[in-house]
Design a protein around this ligand. Sequence first.
Ligand code: ADP
Ligand code: MG
Length: 384
Amino acid sequence: MTEPTSPVRPLVGRGAELDDLDDLLSSVSAGGGATVLIEGEAGVGRTRLVEALQGSAALLGVGVCAGRGAGPGAAPYALLADVLLAPAAHREARGPVVAELGALLDVLPADRADAPARYARADELFAALLRHRGEQGPWVLVLEDLHLADACSLRLLAALAGEGPLPHALTVMTLRGVPHRVELDAVVAAWTRAGARYLELVPLAPAATVELAQHLLHGAVGPALRGVLATTGGNPRLVVDVLRTAQACGVLERSRGAVETVGSAWLDELDDVGRAHVAYLGADVLDLLGTASVLGASFVVGDLAALADEPVADCWRTLRHALAAGVVHARGDRLVFRHDLVRTALYAGLSAERRRALHARAAWALRAAGAPSHVVAAHLERAR
Ligand SMILES: Nc1ncnc2c1ncn2[C@@H]1O[C@H](COP(=O)(O)OP(=O)(O)O)[C@@H](O)[C@H]1O
Ligand SMILES: [Mg+2]
């Protein structure tokens, strides 16, 4: 299997998206400016797509400055400093602005209110660097994982949107819907108003999911393995992790050109993959999703509310995060788990006692809601 870190990596099922980005890149090479927001669930392939774009930029000789949100606790302007002050980013233009910013960042107090003038000066200098970088020629500005970016960078990015696209720049921002942050909403709204292209990266279609596995395994995929791949819901990271886990557990077997899984020795590890995939969600969200897992791959929110003994409105409030994260999607008043791998893992993570109690309660709630007797009986069976 090709390791995800190997230099030769496939880009499967994203031809249309890459074409779009390449077109924007050409328009920037010809002198324009363009901005694109790429949003999608964790592991859907935002970084992989941006890497492919960076490959196109390298072919065209267009420079790239890239940085990513560093998560909670990041220093003020950490994202912009990552992009603009890293030694490699500004080799050509290490001038007084970079020097002043470097010195300023060292003395910025954590609390903005302490030193408004210093923050204003930092805003001004970063804005100048962003505005003028294009004077050296077209460039690509990659701002990855905006949902994890520091608030100062986000505030400045939102303010800059009022001037329209950065001159001679293709600005690419990637983000996830969770964690939800108001500073991030402001950036997205401001750039949307400024005409930014919005590209929602959806999971891979089933055929592309199998194709990705075939690339990684260098062989055809047998029916049992296809079945497991279907539970990834087309999330490339889950595909990569499932195959890596299968390989580590020694359950992959190759015969007559096809790769197949044998035995059940890896099922616990597979559950770990599913749980790790959603571990970044809040405990209350995971707890409610665990309860929902008892109801099956899709469930009516009213039934979940009865099962969780919570008002329906409270359930929705919690489920909003799961929806934004792409763990479930809505079909009317029904929610559907996007990756059955995750649902199975959440179910497996319930203690035996809790699982039995939830099935007993589900039998009661579903009977009250008019579910057919065989559904009720199936829950009673598991309540024993
Ligand atoms: N279209 C794709 N084709 C092949 N591999 C992909 C594709 N999209 C993602 N991957 C692989 O899946 C994993 C997760 O993708 P990544 O780009 O890191 O996701 P994200 O940035 O959205 O969280 C990586 O190992 C990546 O190389
Ligand atoms: Mg990423």
